[in-house]
Design a protein around this ligand. Sequence first.
Ligand SMILES: C[S@@+](CC[C@H](N)C(=O)[O-])C[C@H]1O[C@@H](n2cnc3c(N)ncnc32)[C@H](O)[C@@H]1O
Length: 474
Amino acid sequence: MKGFVPTPPATVDLMVRKLFHGRAPRAEQTVLDPGCGAGAFLLGVLRWCARRGLTPPRLVGVESDPRHLAAARAALAGRQRVELRAADFLERNPGSFDLVIGNPPYVSITGLDETEKAAYRSRFVTAHGRFDLYLLFFEQALRALKPDGRLVFITPEKFLYVESAAPLRRLLAGRQVEELHQVAETTFGPLVTYPLITTVGRERGSPGAARPTRLRLRDGSHRRVSLPDDGRSWQSSLGRTPAPTCAADGRLGAICRRISCGVATGADAVFLRPTAEVPAELARYAYPTIAGRELAIATDTVRSRHSLLLPYDETGRLLPAAELGALGATLVRPEVRARLERRTCVLRKPWYAFHETPPLLELLRPKILCKDIAAEPRFWADRSGRLVPRHSVYYLVPRDPERIDALLAYLNGPTARRWLQGNCQRAANGFLRLQSRVLRGLPLPAALLEPAREAPVRPAVRAGAAYACTGEPR
Ligand SMILES: C[S@@+](CC[C@H](N)C(=O)[O-])C[C@H]1O[C@@H](n2cnc3c(N)ncnc32)[C@H](O)[C@@H]1O
């Protein structure tokens, strides 16, 4: 049952319309459906031709699973000029075809054994990094497609931006990518995230000779874009808002004193404690802290339940060992000290220092938080400035703390969301990476750019102040 996800009839019909758009099939042509399953696309082509009273082209379906092949044979019994092949599409050259349509199997590298992976890597340029079988189906189908042919595939949209799909993007750039159509997320229920229909046309004559690609976005908008042809991510071409053209002083970086990733200790297990379990003698070292997974999409409230024990003073200076007091007594326990000394970062600094020095003077201020990797951009406020974000959280410290709410409203609004969706890099699962470089470049409306009031240079919070679940100090 490797990668079986049947295509609903309405999507089949949509894809068949794209396959024959402006070019009705001729009887002498041949259509290939690789991984044909129970024959959904072959039946779709026959339906399209029957409605128009046309003689259908010759149809070839290739399927490796005998159960699906039996279902296809039953569904297509008695149809003329239909050939169903029991074969592995990736095994040998299937021949040459005028048209290809399909929904290839989605099988990630983790679903393949070592022999399969090695065999694919030796035969497919798209078997690169953490590849997926649908990339290889694309490559094999493009090999089988005649120079002036057309291919229509539905797949997850991840190949537009993940690094492992760079070789496929380069292959696709050798032809005219006619259309990228993001279809409803509900198309396959929960089985396929962000499905995309790709229509690929004729081979391109010379580099740079491609016409723009039609882009139909999930929000109903459409436009034409030029795609990079060197394997770079197509993400920025796809975002509805183009890369910023405004000057550096018109971007988020200009109104923030700091945009950074949270604190990395290199040993959270040692420095992190449930706040309720921090003994009184350690309270002066304890700061409420938050990790990305604790930022809950469903609520505006930031709930910290843990504290980070900091061997640093409020200015961010590492405490000398002699001044560590009760914290020092905890850290010198042999198993704890051995754990801390195993960190490579302490080759260059004292054994109890954090992986990175926490910039507490900057960080303990009213700020805005977001996860480092997220399904969608979402921001939260730490108005009291008490929280120490950990390394799965990014934080933005506005120069004017009174602007937090206006800024938060903008960041959680549609304009910023669309821009971030268009400009953030993607993690392997299609999630957004909210890196500080990208956040700094976010264009701002004029109202947020008026000269800011700088907050005085002093930490906004002292260690030991407990943090209530409502986000307000107790
Ligand atoms: C996502 S399903 C799509 C089925 C059908 N085309 C549809 O849209 O309803 C992919 C199909 O590819 C078949 N398949 C997987 N690996 C294959 C291979 N190496 N060669 C041929 N078929 C394969 C699976 O058995 C499955 O039927």
